[in-house]
Design a protein around this ligand. Structure first.
Ligand code: C2E
Ligand code: MG
Ligand code: MG
Ligand code: MG
Length: 297
């Protein structure tokens, strides 16, 4: 963590050398305290999963939930985009990732018992993805929790894959052998080799939200979004749009052949109990009225 902070401080400090020292101190201090806090959080109840609904664009039904990690208490306002890299450099990502997988599987089993049928997606960091123990631990967790692996989706980013495509194919093949689904997250922002994409055993492409959120305003974002949908469909992958914040974006994706969607327009990530409530309310709305048809028209 100190290394990371040092690196980040150098990046920001370079153009602003008179503030270099205090800025460096502040960042090291912050990274170290986050690291200590993460260590604590894993053993106590300092972690929480929130769940964001995933909607099927054919019929408006809730078909999934993405589990997103949150810190509770003192670091409440720090998002995973910031603390996951710290966890990686502190050697904590393995334990953090295990906690997430256990929690998500247990929640899924509980929801299934209540008649809520859907997939659950978890994010796996690039470092975690390449850890030797990753697949074995995941396999144990699936067995221990009684999770049906066909309902579990593993989200990996382009950078995790493209760093070493051969290794990635091996890891993904083992994952698929467990029976789980694999999604390529934040697609379009990294540097995917399109030819290697055809050799990867994937189930889904998630169109990065930076494009989706600019669909109404920006021609280039529409072009990229359509290209990704076309690519995904010709590879026979499920195409999933992230960051839907408006009805226009939703309609656009639906018209252009996107299969699934997720975003604030439907719901922000919710605590488990809130998700349960939301699921039932939506279910009633979408199935008992022509609400979804109205949205699509
Ligand atoms: P991600 O996997 O791409 O997750 C989507 C992020 O976009 C989430 O942010 C979600 O809250 C946010 N989001 C969803 N819909 C909208 C929208 O309509 N508008 C906007 N502005 N944002 C939206 P979050 O929860 O802060 O997570 C950020 C990233 O941190 C995730 O990106 C993922 O890469 C990583 N992450 C989250 N949880 C975990 C975890 O358990 N393990 C690992 N390794 N990484 C995680
Ligand atoms: Mg994700
Ligand atoms: Mg994403
Ligand atoms: Mg992301």
């Amino acid at each position: 963590a100190a290394d990371l902070a040092m690196y980040q401080a150098k990046q920001t400090g370079r153009s602003n050398y008179q503030f270099y020292t205090p800025e460096l101190d502040r960042r090291i201090e912050q990274a170290l305290s986050v690291e200590a806090r993460l260590r604590d959080a894993i053993g106590s109840d300092g972690l929480e999963l929130h769940y964001q609904p995933v909607i099927d664009l054919k019929n408006g039904k809730v078909v999934g939930a993405e589990a997103l990690l949150r810190l509770t208490g003192a670091f409440l306002d720090m998002g995973p985009d910031r603390f996951i890299p710290i966890a990686e450099s502190a050697g904590l990502i393995g334990r953090l990732g295990e906690w997430v997988a256990i929690q998500a599987c247990q929640q899924h089993v509980q929801w299934l018992r209540q008649g809520m049928t859907m997939t659950i997606a978890i994010n796996v960091s690039p470092l975690q993805f390449r850890q030797r123990s990753f697949i074995d631990r995941l396999s144990e967790i699936i067995a221990d929790t009684g999770m049906d692996p066909r309902h579990l989706e593993i989200e990996v980013t382009e950078s995790a894959i493209m760093e070493n495509v051969e290794d990635a194919v091996r890891i993904l093949t083992r994952l698929k052998a467990l029976g789980v689904k694999v999604a390529l997250d934040d697609f379009g922002t990294g540097y995917s080799s399109l030819s290697s994409l055809t050799s990867l055993p994937l189930d889904k492409l998630k169109v990065d939200q930076s494009f989706v959120r600019r669909i109404e305003r920006d021609e280039a974002s529409r072009t990229v979004t359509e290209a990704i949908i076309g690519l995904g469909r010709s590879l026979r992958l499920n195409v999933h749009g992230e960051g839907i914040e408006s009805e226009d974006a939703l309609l656009y994706l639906e018209e252009h052949g996107c299969n699934q969607a997720q975003g604030y327009w439907f719901s922000k990530p919710l605590r488990a109990a809130e998700f349960t409530r939301w699921y039932h309310e939506q279910w009633e709305k979408k199935t008992s009225t022509e609400g979804w048809e109205r949205v699509r028209r």
